[in-house]
Design a protein around this ligand. Structure first.
Ligand code: ADP
Ligand code: MG
Length: 416
């Protein structure tokens, strides 16, 4: 059995997964980990063998069973899918990973990331996705007209990001990118941010450092790798909040969040799950590597659980969400009045895309709410039938049984 460091008083054994042991960021993380007495090795993510089976999944490194408690991934873009598979295997063996496979996968695809961010109330530049050249002009209109930024979904370090001022140039470029089998995004050009962006470095639930990056000359891309310069910046609270939310909804503990300074506030551009440390340590003067190791040491005490997976493990059981738009006669009613039977207890509610955990009995339902039930799906459907069908609901209400059972006042469910 692997003992966790603080629980067992045993030294934490850490593997930094990196192809570049001599890279600045990798070296800094190793240095800070060793300073803390953490037994640290840097391992090439391409030198693992995964054995996958029902009973005994395994991970071998150069043929040997792995013997560490925690993994700090520094997965390069070119090996994303391999890295994600490797991390997933660590997760399945309950070995701690500082960033989870899902977060890395989601953040590496600009289209998927934009969808998740947009859906979770994180402001992003208007973005369109097209697959057919005939749709390009429409997409440009959708994002507010020319000029537009055109980028490939899997790009990095500024490669695959273009600014186009004319329809014919935009269409020609998209056509060429589609021919090369790229996923293509067409994005509103945030002109007020031309040539600059802000990098906020998120570790856990804090922004530990930030910097402004500036492009050189007439270049509009401010990537460090394109010779951009870095400078310190005082991050306004609004920027900090958005950066934290962006990292959280993508599922990343450690993230470099890139923000543009739009007229109406911050816009999230992209999120890097293996943020470089050189520029940000230089610009901010903050020991970011130490903050990451501090966080990791603390967080490695807790295991990760995939709730989605877990909720699927009981045969016949599952999540049953109902959307009030489909049952508008329930709008305005109190939850405890309608769902007054312990068998049909909504354990959560989604309101304005925010989670309300264990909603109180006196919470009044709104048009856009989504109520979330868990249990035996067959039974749940039967139990909910009266409420979900307008006529049956009316009959039930008229016979005024509802609300008199006393269940609604049952304090067992008054837990907010
Ligand atoms: N919509 C946009 N408006 C203004 N500038 C942008 C926009 N999209 C990208 N840029 C500039 O281009 C740079 C690279 O774009 P980004 O989407 O981060 O791709 P990469 O993953 O290659 O870094 C950004 O840092 C920013 O300076
Ligand atoms: Mg970028």
């Amino acid at each position: 059995m692997i003992l966790s460091p603080s629980l067992g008083g045993v030294t934490l054994r850490l593997a930094i997964l990196s192809r570049g042991p001599r890279l600045y960021s990798t070296r800094r993380l190793q240095e800070e980990a060793i300073k803390r007495g953490i037994q640290t090795s840097i391992l090439d993510p391409l030198q693992f063998t995964l054995s996958i089976s029902k009973d005994s999944p395994q991970i071998l490194h150069k043929g040997d069973k792995v013997n560490f408690d925690a993994v700090l991934p520094r997965i390069g873009h070119s090996i994303t899918s391999h890295g994600v598979a490797l991390l997933k295997q660590f997760e399945q063996l309950d070995i701690y990973t500082a960033n989870a496979s899902q977060g890395i996968r989601q953040s590496r695809n600009k289209l998927l990331a934009a969808q998740i961010l947009g859906r979770n109330n994180v402001p992003i530049p208007k973005t369109a996705y097209v697959r057919n050249i005939n749709d390009v002009e429409r997409a440009i209109h959708l994002v507010g007209g020319l000029p537009v930024v055109i980028k490939v979904s899997e790009g990095t370090q500024g490669r695959g990001v273009y600014l186009r001022h004319l329809y014919k140039d935009a269409i020609g470029l998209v056509s060429a990118l589609l021919d090369l089998d790229h996923e293509v995004l067409i994005q509103e050009y945030i002109h007020e941010s031309h040539g600059t962006d802000i990098r906020a470095l998120v570790v856990g639930d804090k922004v530990v450092a930030s910097m402004r990056r500036r492009a050189r000359g007439r270049e509009f891309r401010s990537n460090f790798h394109l010779n951009g310069t870095v400078e310190p910046v005082d991050l306004p609270p609004e920027y900090e909040e958005i950066a934290l939310r962006a990292a959280r909804v993508l599922g990343l503990n450690i993230a470099g969040v890139d923000l543009l300074e739009g007229e109406n506030g911050p816009l999230v551009l992209e999120i890097n799950s293996s943020p470089g440390l050189e520029g940000i340590e230089m610009a901010s003067g903050i020991n970011v590597a130490e903050k990451i190791i501090d966080f990791l040491e603390e967080d490695a005490q807790f295991v990760k659980v995939s709730m989605d997976q877990l909720l699927l493990t009981v045969p016949g059981h599952g999540i049953l969400p109902i959307h009030l738009v489909n049952h508008p006669w329930l709008v305005g009613e109190q939850i405890g009045e309608i769902f007054n039977d312990p068998e049909t207890h909504a354990f959560a509610l989604s309101r304005d895309r925010q989670l309300v955990w264990q909603p109180k009995n006196d919470l009044k339902l709104r048009y856009n709410d989504i109520l979330i039930f868990y249990g035996n799906l067959h039974q749940l459907r039967i139990n909910l039938k009266n409420v979900l069908n307008y006529e049956e609901y009316n009959n039930m209400k008229n016979s005024s049984e509802l609300g008199k059972t006393g269940n609604a006042k049952n304090s067992e469910f008054n837990n907010i």
